[in-house]
Design a protein around this ligand. Sequence first.
Ligand SMILES: [Zn+2]
Length: 505
Amino acid sequence: MTKDQLQLNRRALLAGASASSAALMLAQNSASAQPAPGRAIVFTHTSVFVSADIMHDDVALAVAGGKIAAIGPTDAILQQYPGADIYDGRGKAILPGLINCHSHVPSTIDRGFNEDFGFPNSAHLGIGINQLLSPEERLLMTSVGALECIKAGTTSVVEFASGISDYAGTLAKAGLRCVFAESISDNDTATDGFTPDKLAKDAPLVFSAKKREAGLQRIADLTAAWNNKENGRIRVFPAVSTAGASSPELLAAIHAMARQNGGGYAIDLSMSVAENDFMKRYRGMTPTAYLAQAGFLGPHLIATHCRYLEDGDIALLGKARTIVSHQAVMAANRGASPPIPALRAAGCTIAYGTDNNSNDMFEVMRVALLTERVRRGDDPMPGMRPQPEDVFEDCTQGGAMAMFQDKVLGSLDIGKIADLVVLDTQRANLAPCGRILSAWIHNGQPSDIESMMVDGVFLMRSRKVLTMDESALIAEADKVGKRVWAKIRAAGRVAIPGRPKNPGI
Ligand SMILES: [Zn+2]
């Protein structure tokens, strides 16, 4: 196969290649999997989890016009919607879709080098991974990440990154509900200082009005291009990278922009000890205190990570009713345990995210439950809090609040948007079970998810993904990954920490 043919095949895999035969086939597959135009779809004789506290057994749920239209006895619902597309819901459970409040979807390419080298990454590779990807290959990585979202039941993602316009179209075409949180900084120093090495020899940061204006313009451009597009499925939030890399002027501008857009805003907060040390040295206070002083905290702020907080920080975040996005898997991976019980008690809303490498929110819920139970080890009876219902509520309703869309997302109340997943409960890892949510959170797997829809449109039905060619995409991405790893190895040995007998990779 020539290089040109290879490129053409790759393009055909990407959602942008609408004229290709592959895209045409996908469109046909998707159309045949959806209810006929104007018809409802009714999930019959099934279990419905309206929210963590409201659950029904042996009912039907109707989706019409992209909304949850009715829930009730199957016979009555079928009479109400004659001619509806029927989805046999026996042995299934319908749940609200999972919401990922902090993702970096294209970072699937980082798998294998980012998980085992601490933070900031100590691997010191001879060459940067992203330098080895063409723009097209980066879109391929985005598609693989979006594919994982769909298969693992994530209906919404808050993508936090700088330069989202490069791959916004790919995420949108995957069919996911998205918030694009475009992150900027007005730090004009060569380094951000947030590593122990850099901190030891660093100087205070210098901020640049020119850089600030350029960043704000980038958010404004992304907002003009994407905010409220795709039937409102896409939103844009302004975001800043960190407290340390933001001047008070930038924080004020971002907060004002969020208010003007009627949406939320986001920041990475106290992700490392070095970040806290840096702020104390150059600002004389913690990152949280600095944000509070700038008037940046509030109920529409997604404060991501919050791993290393002092008691005063927790009180400030709670008083402002800030939303904390907890990346339970990545935090545990980094050996960190954010003070989630104290943040809950102080008044914060807890939501969840994946961060790098993985897009599996199901695993995040399970690890969030387990690690918070460890945190609560001093409870009179350890092992009881949180419950599966609590972490499910964090993920769905907390996530909907983080997206500033809790009136229409996060539960299957009638009139809300039909973002849902269909769970197959007839599985060796789940049966027998009388308490499905508990069985799923403790024993489930992403592959228990049989179908999922966003806006009442199936993105996966009966385990067939409808917005992309799954097997071809994975095969192509794997080829790219192997090439990238070969180049990294050629640039220098990658030593695996703590494995002296191992020659490395
Ligand atoms: Zn992140």
